[in-house]
Structure formats: structure tokens, C-alpha cells
Design a protein. Sequence first.
Length: 202
Amino acid sequence: MPVAVASPTVTKTGRVYRLNGQRVPSVTDILSFVVDDLGYLDQDMLMKAAERGTEVHTLTEEYDLGTLDWATVPENRKGYLDAYLQFHNDYRWEVHQVEQVVGNTKYRYAGTVDRTGWIRKLHDDEVVLDIKSGAPQAMTALQLAGYEAALDRKLRRYSLHLSQDGSYVLKEYAEASDRGVFLSAAAVAHWKLNHGKSRFRE
């Protein structure tokens, strides 16, 4: 069964998760501790991308919850929302859970799953979906494997990449080894935290 996790604390550097009162790394923390493939990128560019991603996530979340005020949608974000609505219509996307906080007590990590649901046009298998506002990245396969392991049920894994021009790309990740690779990364991340080789961002 999925583990109940207290709502994360939101800080300037991200979300802080706790299991049984003890801080644990998020899924994205684990990947950043173990595979640092963003160090060469311009930090201002990364901050802008993170800001854009947060805004797009908020808009799509409000849409799925039925709380979106269309009059407040920024002009430079409307294309991303149009892309999400187009995906809904094209694939008969049926949302189950929105922004669900999950945790794994065995491997001691937590995270927030963007969506679970059904892509009815393709199949009737439940999926875990991560919404992105950038290009597909290989690391997303491991991120989704971490969420699937925390949800503790079999799901197909997809990412949805929304673009400002109203287009989108839907990508499935089906490598059976992804789960083992992520859980190994979680073990390495905890070793690094315990030995002072990594630390949480404050």
C-alpha cells in the first residue's frame, strides 16, 4: 500500500519531505545527488526553466481540479495550457489523482506525483504521468520509476511535454530495469547523505 506522507514544506529550493518525522530525499533529490548532469548549464537558465515549469504545473493542476480562472492565465503560458487541453481531447485523458504526495519507507524517499489516470485512446492500463514544459530527458524514466515504486502498484509510465506553441509530445518509458536503477540510486543517495558527500538544499 502507498505510504501516507505529511504534506511537504515548500522552501525556496523546493519541497521538503518527511517520513515518520524524519527528512527524506525527494525523487528529484536522489537523481541530482547521484547523477549531476546539469552542472554545466547556465544557472539563470535553469531558474527560468524551473519557474516556467512551476507555473505550467499550477495551471494544469487548476484545470484538472476545476478551479482554473481563465482570465488570470498569463499570455505567455496560454500555449502550454492549450497543449494540455489538446492532449486531453486527443487521447481521452481520464485523470485519477492530481499532485499526490507519496513515500517509500523501505528506501526512504518521497515525492509528488503529477498525475495518475488512463490514456483511454491507447489502452485501459493505469498510468503515472509527469508533466513537463521542456524537451524529453532520459532521466525522466528513472523519475517515473521512483514514483511507481512509491505508489506500490503496476503502472505504465509516461511523460507529457508541453510547448508554448500549443503542441505536445507524449513519451512512454518501458525499460524493466528502470525501477532497479532508481532504487539503487536511492541507496547511493542515502550513503552520500550519511557520509557527508551530499547534503540537502536549504
